[in-house]
Design a protein around this ligand. Structure first.
Ligand code: FMN
Length: 194
């Protein structure tokens, strides 16, 4: 099942992280969730601005329906067995001078990756999502205008592939990547082979 083969020597954690959809539907201890946010907390950011913010909801709580209701039906079809939903947002300006933080999304992206890697190392499913209503999220979660809504993620305990629809079972395996030569250029931009 696990087909990923790195082209160079890298730590296993990078290829072992992937985005399954099968989850058990069990709750996750809050302390276990905090471990993932703690990993995100140590991400690097321009001027150490730490623009990332995370709005979470555990399943079986009053907040869950609010976050779950933002998702497109396709995502709802498998996220219903997640333990936690998270909306990831990013502050557009620096707190120390109110000026535009050019790399705020980049910084928040690295925090998200730390969260995802820690989740994977802890044996959890962490699956990023853009399939949700961004405008409704701003309204329902009362997100101020100086924050960009970046993405959501579902976190859960691994489940059985058989609990997914036939179509999703087909897709339930780690994906491959384009070759390094397509994305790494020596000194000057060169058109990638598409
Ligand atoms: C920001 C972001 C948004 C995504 N949106 C969705 C989504 O709405 N629904 C979904 O099923 N998967 C979504 N994915 C999962 C990607 O399809 C997946 O990460 C990609 O195919 C690479 O596979 P891997 O994470 O297993 O390595 C998203 C991933 C990211 C990082």
């Amino acid at each position: 099942m696990f087909k990923r083969k790195p082209g160079h020597r890298i730590n296993d954690l990078f290829i072992k992280r992937w985005s399954p959809r099968a989850m058990s539907g069990e709750a996750l201890d809050h302390e276990k969730l905090l471990e993932l946010f703690e990993a995100a907390r140590w991400a690097p950011s321009s001027y150490n601005g730490q623009p990332w913010r995370f709005i979470y909801a555990h399943r079986d709580t009053s907040h869950w329906e609010k976050l779950f209701g933002l998702l497109v039906p396709f995502n709802q079809s498998w996220v219903n067995r997640a333990s936690v939903l998270v909306v990831i947002i990013s502050k557009k300006t620096f707190e120390y001078n109110d000026k535009t933080a050019r790399t705020h999304s980049f910084d928040t992206g690295s925090a998200w990756m730390s969260l995802a890697l820690q989740g994977s190392m802890n044996g959890l499913v962490v699956h990023g999502m853009e399939g949700f209503d961004y405008e409704k999220a701003r309204e329902v979660l009362r997100i101020p205008e100086d924050f960009v809504i970046e993405a959501m993620c579902a976190i859960g305990k691994p489940g059985k592939k058989e609990d997914l629809s036939a179509e999703l079972q087909e897709r339930e395996e780690p994906s491959d990547r384009r070759p390094l030569e397509d994305v790494v250029y020596d000194g000057v931009f060169s058109k990638a082979v598409v």
